[in-house]
Design a protein around this ligand. Structure first.
Ligand SMILES: Nc1ncnc2c1ncn2[C@@H]1O[C@H](COP(=O)(O)OP(=O)(O)OP(=O)(O)O)[C@@H](O)[C@H]1O
Length: 250
């Protein structure tokens, strides 16, 4: 199991001002599984990510990553944020090499891996460019690659395409599916888009409004490799509708 977050409760503040954001929910990701979380705005998805990443302690509950209890510990996940976290003063290749060497690879191997992978994701010619010349979609491809090559057993993707325009977002979803299908990393994605969750995932977890609890989990039955045509299939739309109805409940 790549992740087991068990009975996670999170309360902010004390006494009358206390607010329970996470109501004792459990979430898991199997090894090589792609799992998405969808939920209403403000339901605590970011808080849950912070707890899994060890940036915020839970009020109650435990986090297990790669079979180790990691509650409150950092360094066990690789992370792709909504906005780029690339270092602007390093080249594209430099950004990836740095995270590879920090995680223990020697410089020569890091350089070689970076070069190979940048070419594979169609950004070979940008290796020596600085991040500001990249488009939003390219930037997120580099951020994703950096997380993919990191050795941590779990990748957390926090609305990674949220800031992109609709067309680029669609292209990125197709790109991510194909790269993921090759690499089969363990991934937990937070998204506001039900279509995105269904298209990318093996399993979709639907959260309720605050305090967040798991309303329902859906195994996504569509075979891989997933193709764009899936979006127009009746079974896909029926599932999308079911999740939408679930989220609409007061
Ligand atoms: N440090 C904090 N102190 C007090 N309240 C907080 C703190 N961090 C988050 N909250 C509250 O917890 C709730 C959930 O926030 P969170 O950002 O986790 O939700 P979210 O599901 O990621 O939201 P969105 O989908 O809009 O990005 C919000 O009501 C927020 O105000």
């Amino acid at each position: 199991m790549a992740l087991k977050a068990e009975r996670i409760r999170k309360r902010f503040g004390n006494g009358d001002a206390a607010k329970e954001v996470l109501g004792g929910l459990s979430v898991s990701v199997g090894k090589g599984e792609f799992v998405s979380i969808v939920g209403p705005s403000g339901s605590g998805k970011t808080t849950l990510f912070k707890i899994i990443g060890g940036l915020e302690p839970p009020t109650e509950g435990e986090v297990w990553i790669g079979g180790k209890k990691t509650t409150g510990e950092r360094g066990h996940i690789s992370y792709v944020p909504q906005q780029s976290a690339l270092l602007p003063w390093r080249t594209v290749a430099g950004n990836i090499e740095l995270s590879l060497t920090i995680s223990g690879l020697d410089r020569r191997t890091a350089k070689r891996e970076t070069k190979e992978w940048l070419a594979r994701i169609g950004l070979g010619e940008y290796a020596d460019a600085y991040p500001h010349v990249l488009s939003g979609g390219m930037t997120q491809r580099v951020s994703f690659l950096r997380a993919l090559l990191a050795p941590q057993p779990l990748m957390l993707l926090d609305e990674p395409f949220g800031a992109l325009d609709a067309l680029t977002r669609l292209q990125m979803q197709q790109w991510l599916t194909s790269i993921w299908e090759e690499s089969r990393r363990s991934v937990l994605l937070v998204t506001h888009s039900i279509e995105e969750a269904l298209y990318l995932s093996d399993r979709v977890i639907v959260l309720s409004a605050s305090p967040a609890a798991v309303l329902e989990e859906f195994a996504v039955p569509f075979p891989r490799p997933r193709r764009e045509a899936l979006w127009t299939e009746p079974a896909f739309n029926a599932m999308k509708q079911r999740i939408y109805e679930l989220l609409r409940q007061p």
